[in-house]
Write a protein that binds this ligand. Structure first.
Ligand code: GLV
Ligand code: MG
Length: 346
């Protein structure tokens, strides 16, 4: 492991200083755009006003013969659009693919000063982050990029999950990590063809005897990985995200998958279809009733110490910290959403 002082030194002469803290940003949904489809990119200026992050996807789901069109489409769309406070990200192709070097070179050269985050798929270990980190520093120096482009890893291989802690702590360039349930299922040999979400056969049965009709309870296939990812990310000071929920017609199923990840600590999820944007907005903005309770706790313990009873429940230093997580997020949401600001009472 690199010692602390060199850890924060730029990796190339002339590259911008690595960040010590992540920029504070609302990233409830990372909205995926296929940039080779002009009908879709034409709507990006309007989309940028509705979502927290716009991501131009260059990797899976983009056909091999459209990889160049997607890269060029992404660059054109990035140049033509004023994103304001909305994040601009891209998902590049995997490091072992024939397209990735051109993805990185061309994107940084042409829109490096507008790009916030590069999402790197199929990360297996810290070595993948170190490679991209070094290359980005060289390109940032060459193209006079003013602030470091951050890296977001997709956790989608068994090896990546084994190495999740070292990936999260690999570089000050790390922004966060997303669960990639489709690739991860394949890599692990899970027997599901779904992209995220549950599976009707992954159940436990209520107690009973042979012959009884016993209630079935479907379990969450992603609970273990999400928990592992959240711990690795939060310990390293970076942000965890749930990834895709592939069945865009199942809005009822998508909502609890997103909500479980929110309750477990995730900051947002991917949205692959416009109908999922409203769900992510609802789920990853704290519930006004929860915010009201959190505000009560903070008002009752302004310096965060001691113990008080509120509505029959004991509050102490730890619940004050829980309340602060909720109120800090509510303030961030309120700064962007006047309607929620009113409902939160800010
Ligand atoms: C996302 O990339 C996934 O594989 O689920
Ligand atoms: Mg994937």
């Amino acid at each position: 492991m690199k010692p602390p002082r060199p850890f924060y030194q730029p990796l190339a002469i002339g590259a911008p200083e690595p960040l010590r803290e992540l920029p504070v940003k609302l990233e409830r949904m990372i909205h995926f755009v296929p940039p080779h489809i002009e009908k879709v990119t034409a709507k990006v200026p309007e989309l940028a006003r509705q979502v927290d992050v716009v991501l131009g996807n260059l990797e899976d789901a983009i056909p091999a013969d459209a990889k160049e069109a997607a890269r060029n489409g992404f660059i054109a769309m990035a140049k033509a659009t004023d994103f304001g406070a909305t994040g601009l990200w891209t998902r590049i192709n995997a490091l072992n693919s024939p397209w990735v070097l051109d993805d990185i070179n061309q994107v940084v050269a042409s829109i490096g000063n507008k790009l916030d985050v590069i999402m790197l798929p199929k990360v297996e270990g810290a070595w993948d982050i170190h490679y991209l980190d070094q290359l980005l520093a060289q390109l940032e120096a060459r193209h006079s990029i003013k602030r470091p482009i951050l890296i977001h890893a997709i956790l989608e291989t068994a090896q990546g999950v084994n190495n999740v802690e070292s990936i999260a702590a690999a570089s000050p360039r790390m922004h966060g990590m997303s669960l990639g349930p489709a690739d991860l299922a394949a890599s692990r040999g899970m027997k599901t063809t779904r992209v995220g979400g549950g599976h009707p056969d992954y159940v436990v049965l209520a107690d009973g005897k042979t012959g009884d009709v016993r209630q079935k309870f479907q379990q969450d296939l992603w609970h273990y990985t999400t928990a592992k990812m959240v711990d690795a990310c939060m310990a390293a000071g970076i942000k965890p995200f749930y990834g895709p929920f592939g069945d865009s017609s199942d809005l009822a199923g998508c909502e609890p998958q997103f909500r479980n990840s929110f309750l477990m600590g995730c900051a947002g999820a991917w949205t692959l279809h416009p109908t999922q944007v409203a769900i992510a907005k609802r789920v990853f903005s704290p519930d006004p009733a929860e915010v009201a309770m959190a505000k009560k706790i903070i008002a009752a313990m302004p310096d965060g110490s001691g113990a008080v009873m509120i509505d029959g429940k004991m509050q102490d230093d730890a619940t004050w910290k829980q309340a602060k997580v909720v109120v800090d997020l509510a303030k961030l949401v309120a700064s962007k959403d006047p309607e929620l600001a009113t409902r939160y009472g800010f």
